[in-house]
Design a binder for this molecule. Structure first.
Ligand code: SF4
Length: 367
């Protein structure tokens, strides 16, 4: 019997449905810094970045909260740039990474990978996935887009050095056995360069996985253009044509669903499902994951709350309570559809508003 090889995706929310029969809090994303050495045009947290770090909550208090979440399977660390300062690594990151290791929880750090290698070596023994954004068409684009929102930019030569660090660091970490996963978002800038970017990720940087996600329109990224569904579909088909079969290609937040009445969408899903080493990930935000800001204690569902306000704070409430409260909100209910026959958990609110503002997704509509 021929079976199609599909890698196991620990971050997939559907594992919780299979294990617990319902959406479950199994993933916490920690904001462990508000500092970054770059100011990318497309940065998801753009205006939240600062130049001076606040004090974090006591790590022991955070760990006490994590102890109560028995279903925790994965932890992710984001910023800013979580690996920017050695003090931040020592004080904020390592205690949580070591805690995760002790509970056999899988970990991921989101880094821009521009820093000296000794920053990465500090976390390597405890880390499962080094996740990087790679949206750079070339060095020139990096030195402009990567610092677009910075008032006083470093000299071009310095910025270019950081670009070369990304390629060198990725290759060295990969050669050393680290699982480096590069994410590229689809927008007007990246689409013409995708084949080049993919080859770079697979052959030069030696990454184990290339993630493809949509770009969300946000205030911060207002100068970057999103692409429409037809172009998105064509682009994904192109990726499947030119992709390197040795690297895992993961489509995250893919805006095509099995309940679509468009045959081209269904053909694309069938093609992805029939392609080895290629997976689709259900969107994790608000399904299995919440974000914890270690400075304020605020919990949010990334960008998904109605007005961007926190859902609660761990100084006042348990993580589990806040998660249950979120699942009962109208906004959560409006996007949480579920079709078991295709293991689909629906859209997220940004993708729905962007691509399907008038569509009602109905659980069980795919038999
Ligand atoms: S779960 Fe929602 S989006 Fe997915 S196929 Fe069913 S109705 Fe469509």
């Amino acid at each position: 019997m021929n079976t199609i090889y599909k890698p196991y995706d620990t971050w997939e929310s559907y594992h919780d449905i299979e294990k617990y029969g319902r959406l479950t809090l199994s993933n916490i994303e920690f904001t462990t810094t508000n500092l970054c050495n770059m100011r990318c045009a497309h940065c998801a947290v753009g205006y939240a970045l600062t130049t001076k770090e606040a004090n974090s909550l006591p790590i022991d208090d955070i760990i006490r909260q994590l102890d109560e979440v028995e279903t925790l399977r994965t932890m992710s660390f984001t910023g800013g740039e979580p690996l920017l300062t050695k003090k931040g690594i020592r004080d904020n990151l390592l205690p949580l990474l070591k805690y995760a290791k002790g509970r056999n929880i899988k970990t991921q750090i989101n880094s821009n990978l521009t820093l000296p290698m000794d920053h990465y070596e500090l976390v390597a023994p405890y880390l499962d996935v080094m996740h990087i954004s790679h949206n750079w068409c070339n060095e020139e684009e990096f030195v402009e887009t990567g610092f677009a929102m910075m008032d006083r930019k470093p000299p071009v030569q310095k910025r270019a050095e950081l670009y070369r660090n990304i390629l060198d660091n990725a290759r060295e970490l990969s050669k050393g056995g680290m699982f480096v996963s590069a994410e590229t978002m689809l927008n007007r800038n990246t689409v013409p360069y995708l084949e080049k970017i993919h080859n770079e990720v697979a052959s030069e940087m030696l990454c184990k996985r290339h993630e493809i996600h949509p770009m969300y329109s946000s205030d911060y990224a207002e100068n970057l253009e999103t692409i429409g569904l037809d172009e998105y579909r064509d682009t994904v088909n192109n990726i499947l044509d030119f992709r390197n079969e040795n690297i895992w290609v993961l489509f995250g937040t893919l805006p095509f669903y099995a309940c679509s009445s468009d045959k081209r969408d269904l053909a694309l899903l069938e093609r992805i499902n029939g392609t080895p080493n290629t997976t689709i990930r259900n969107d994790v935000d608000g399904r299995s994951r919440m974000n914890l800001n270690i400075f304020s204690g605020d919990i949010s569902v990334s960008d998904f709350t109605d007005d961007g306000a926190a859902l609660g704070n761990i100084k006042e409430e348990s993580l589990k309570n806040i998660y249950d409260k979120w699942l009962n909100t109208n906004i959560s209910n409006s996007i949480n559809c579920h079709c078991p026959s295709v293991k689909c958990l629906g859209s997220n609110i940004i993708v729905k508003n962007m691509y399907y503002p008038d569509k009602t997704f109905k659980s069980g509509s795919v038999k």
